[in-house]
Design a protein around this ligand. Sequence first.
Ligand SMILES: [Zn+2]
Length: 255
Amino acid sequence: MAIQKAEAFVLQRRPLRETSLIVTLLTREFGKIKVVAKGVRTGKSPTASILEPFTCLSIVYYEKTRSDIHLLSQASVIRTNSHLRNDLNCFGYASYMSEFVEQVCQIQDPHPDIFDLMNGAFDVLSRLPFLKVVRVFEVKLFGMVGWLPALTSCIGCGEKVHEQAYFSSKHGGILCARCHHGEGRGIVISKDTIQTLLYFLKLPIEQASMIAVGKQIEAELTAIIEKFLRYRLEYPLNSSHFMSEIGHLFNKKTS
Ligand SMILES: [Zn+2]
């Protein structure tokens, strides 16, 4: 068994027998991993209290060669990110982002870009409009896992799209008016919305989350992303319902 060190976020935890936990982590070095944290539920272990969602940890673990579930040896806190647990909005959105990453990342497929994206999103979530941070996060994550729809040319004829187009999740991109004609489905996507998506991809998450987005663009982005997620995800995210509820309740703070 090799000993590995990593920086990690807790994505998920579940009980294992009476005293232990299986913890799913996103590490910067090795991607998503699962570890057993032995004996942490006995009440005597200080490790249990730090294996919290959203906490950024420094971990040491024994890597098992015959199993995908490794053995946690040590964990210490780099950042508690307690601001995400102390506010209902932040908790809901951070849970959604964690669940999203948990579902789209493969086991032991290193993606430091996704780790850094999550780190950046957690950092700005309590300071910037929640929903916009989440939208930027989603779009950037699509790019990092290779799901990004084609946004600048029509996927039907290959022509550059200069005006309004139609988004097709099935085809994974935009269709020009001519190609859409025979297709009969797709959501209208304006030139400004396409430009906003391109800014979201290009700028760091903090700057991208500060771009002014009008109601029309916001509505188009929401429709496109929700439809695309329904099409691409294997199963719906538990936290997406919670997120849409709190987004509705607190909608003054989300745009
Ligand atoms: Zn076309």
